[in-house]
Design a protein around this ligand. Structure first.
Ligand code: GDP
Length: 446
């Protein structure tokens, strides 16, 4: 997902690297290339037009600043606009004041509603809720059984019509499902509705009737991100035919160009609440526009990090560190200093998540293991090294590792891990900084 778009945007923005000033012609060329990249990613034309107009306007007003060179500022503008197109702030799911809350799922057949019902229930359960799944897809053979299986996997109860009792009337099942939840103290009802292969009136009417009957707190339009431009037309049809309060994108793991994700918010005016990215229960998360934008740009949120760094450290030290990052000369001493300063800036996971490459598989794994206690251990390990070792970690051989481990009360494995991660991070920083020209500004700022 987004690979091609990421590559193209990355290449376009990298072309600006090293430019001290941007001429109008530079901005026009860049805007044209971004436009092509977005169109190729299947982003809806009106969305592309608005996006480009805003980027151009802001890029032309760019002032030369000590902190960022114009090229970097354009990267930041594109990032900001991506965040806006994706919805700006993260929109959390809304619950009823009086339980049970009702969440209704609507969308085409095959969009991933039933799978999502299980994931959502699983996620809500993890947050301490007691969700009830209600099977109102009575059209598709096996849909009820499928929901029951998904429910079992998620460890939640499924309310399904008993044979001969209201079978065939999804509105009735929905109503009884909500009543059942109230009676049995479930606090959230998730209603799975029928989809069709295409948009049709009967489908819309049925979904509207269920909506009328159950007055959901959220009606979520579930859309397969792989259907490209069709997503926009389908979303409009559901907006007009049923109405919804939020969008869920599914199949973000697929080999899609990503246009749906970038268009659906702006076209429908409704926020994306969740994203689904695989067939497993855990392949599901709250949708964060800022993180998605960073992922599209493929560069982590290096700008934010640099900005925060600049306000948390003194300017000179930040610039020196950025320069070291870009040339790959970062030492463990710098790393330790950074860690100490960074700890003042907030929870460590957030900060490390902003580093370029943070979305790569390896970095993700490393990040998942970072917590503040682990950081204390890392600090202890680095403190156990000699200044020469910190300056040139390559010299840390087997016997040195053993000494450091003993001295700082950790295992040799932990020392190995730290050194390995450090080299990996340094390599990635160098690559990313090189690609986007961060070294230049940092050096010129010193
Ligand atoms: P429904 O007809 O809307 O209820 O759709 P289903 O939940 O039955 O999903 C249709 C197909 O898409 C199934 O084969 C699912 O396993 C698959 N699917 C659903 N969500 C995802 C996802 O996020 N990623 C991938 N790769 N497949 C998914």
């Amino acid at each position: 997902m987004f690979d091609t778009l990421s590559e193209r945007l990355g290449a376009t923005l990298a072309n600006l690297r090293g430019k001290g000033r941007l001429s109008d012609a530079d901005i026009d060329t860049t805007a044209r290339e971004i436009r092509i990249a977005l169109l190729e990613a299947d982003v809806a034309l009106p969305v592309v037009r608005g996006f480009i107009a805003r980027v151009k306007e802001r890029a032309k007003g760019v002032e030369v600043s000590g902190a960022l060179n114009p090229a970097q500022q354009v990267v930041k503008i594109v990032n900001d606009e991506l965040v806006t197109v994706l919805g700006g702030e993260t929109r959390r799911i809304r619950f009823a004041k009086e339980p049970p809350s009702v969440v209704m799922l609507a969308g085409l057949q095959g969009s991933g509603k039933t799978t999502l019902a299980g994931k959502l229930a699983h996620w809500l359960k993890g947050q301490g809720h007691a969700p009830l799944l209600v099977a109102c897809d009575l059209q598709r053979p096996n849909a009820v059984t499928q929901l029951q299986i998904v429910g079992e996997r998620a460890g939640v109860t499924t309310f399904a019509p008993e044979p001969g009792n209201g079978v065939g009337d999804p509105v009735d099942v929905a109503r009884r499902g909500v009543a059942h939840a109230r009676e049995k103290m479930f606090d959230i009802v998730i209603i799975d509705t029928a989809g069709r292969l295409g948009v049709d009136e009967e489908l819309m009417r049925q979904a509207s009737d269920i909506r009328e009957a159950t007055r959901p707190d959220e009606t979520l339009f579930v859309v397969d991100a792989m259907i490209g431009q069709d997503a926009v037309a389908t979303a409009e049809a559901f907006r007009d035919g049923v109405g919804f309060t939020g969008v869920v994108l599914t199949k973000l793991d697929g080999d899609a160009r990503g246009g749906a994700a970038l268009s659906v918010r702006e076209v429908t005016g409704q926020p994306i609440l969740f994203a689904s990215s695989g067939e497993k229960l855990a392949d599901f998360d709250v949708f964060h526009p800022d993180r998605m934008a960073s992922r599209i740009l493929g560069m982590g949120d290096l700008l934010t990090l640099i900005e925060q760094a600049e306000s948390a450290f003194d300017q000179e030290q930040a610039a020196a560190t950025a320069a070291k990052m870009s040339t790959g000369e970062l030492s463990l001493e710098d790393f330790l200093e950074q860690m100490l300063a960074i700890r003042k800036m907030g929870p460590i996971g957030n900060i490390l998540g902003m580093l370029p490459g943070a979305n790569s598989g390896q970095m993700k794994e490393a990040l998942a293991q970072v917590d503040d206690r682990r950081l204390d251990r890392l600090q202890a390990i680095i403190r156990g090294m000699t200044p020469a070792e910190r300056a040139d970690p390559k010299m840390i051989n087997g016997s040195r590792r053993l000494r450091i481990a003993n001295g700082s009360g950790v295992s040799v494995n932990e020392v190995n891990e730290l050194v390995k991660n450090f080299f990996e991070a340094r390599k990635q920083m160098k690559q990313m900084a090189g690609q986007f020209g961060f070294g230049g500004a940092a050096r010129s700022a010193t």
